[in-house]
Design a protein around this ligand. Structure first.
Ligand code: SF4
Length: 218
């Protein structure tokens, strides 16, 4: 795999200034009281993070689902269990080796796709999380993650999955980003035959592990 083989020009994200979001605790406390978009009216609770803030691997999903909304943690429903299994196949520990969050911190009703204004309203939390955690690798799960973080319109996740993009500016500088199938898509495509989505996901997670080992050796 080669760097920037997707030839995508990444936005030059800078650290959000004057937001008061300088620690993960500040992000959590601010988000828990957030009224910046209409999703605050229907959420049970805000879902901010899980995992290890010192991890080199940051995983970004779309938004909390029903279970996540009830329990306040990302990726704990069926999709989350599948994500755990995928990580385990490459001997990546969810709790020790990853920090997990979503593009959107409150559940959209009926799990609909978040709107662009909701994504923009919530973005300072995500950018601050990236800035504080300073991961070496970011896995972007599903199309909404690609659109939400990188601004790629109508991304073809089946084409982009498993390819590296290297951040060149701002808070993404030198971070290796990989578009990855969302686990909910893999739940609907469970064949493990060669070239199936699950097969490709297992190859890609091995590549992520290989890169993690490389970063650990530096
Ligand atoms: S989704 Fe984000 S911006 Fe909207 S209310 Fe929740 S925390 Fe605030």
């Amino acid at each position: 795999m080669t760097e920037n083989n997707l030839n995508i020009i990444l936005p030059n994200f800078q650290k959000p200034s004057g937001s008061g979001l300088n620690t993960l605790l500040e992000i959590k406390k601010t988000a828990e009281l957030c009224l910046k978009c209409k999703l605050c009216e229907t959420r049970s609770q805000v879902v901010v993070e899980d995992g290890n803030p010192l991890a080199k691997l940051l995983i970004i999903g779309e938004a909390p689902g029903e279970q996540e909304d009830l329990r306040g943690l990302p990726f704990i429903g069926r999709s989350g269990k599948l994500l755990d299994k995928i990580l385990e196949t490459a001997e990546i520990s969810r709790q020790n080796d990853t920090y997990i969050c979503n593009i959107i911190k409150c559940r959209p009703p009926e799990n609909r796709v978040p709107t662009s204004s909701e994504i923009e309203a919530c973005k300072p939390y995500l950018l601050s999380q990236i800035d504080i955690v300073k991961p070496k690798i970011i896995l972007l799960l599903g199309s909404t993650s690609l659109t939400g973080l990188l601004g790629i319109k109508n991304p073809k996740i089946t084409k982009l999955h498993g390819q590296w993009i290297i951040g060149s500016e701002g808070i993404l500088k030198d971070i290796w980003l990989m578009p990855f199938f969302h686990p909910s898509y893999l739940l609907r495509n469970q064949s493990k035959e060669i070239d199936s989505p699950t097969w490709k996901a297992l190859q890609a997670i091995k590549e992520v592990k290989r890169k993690l080992i490389e970063f650990c050796a530096v």
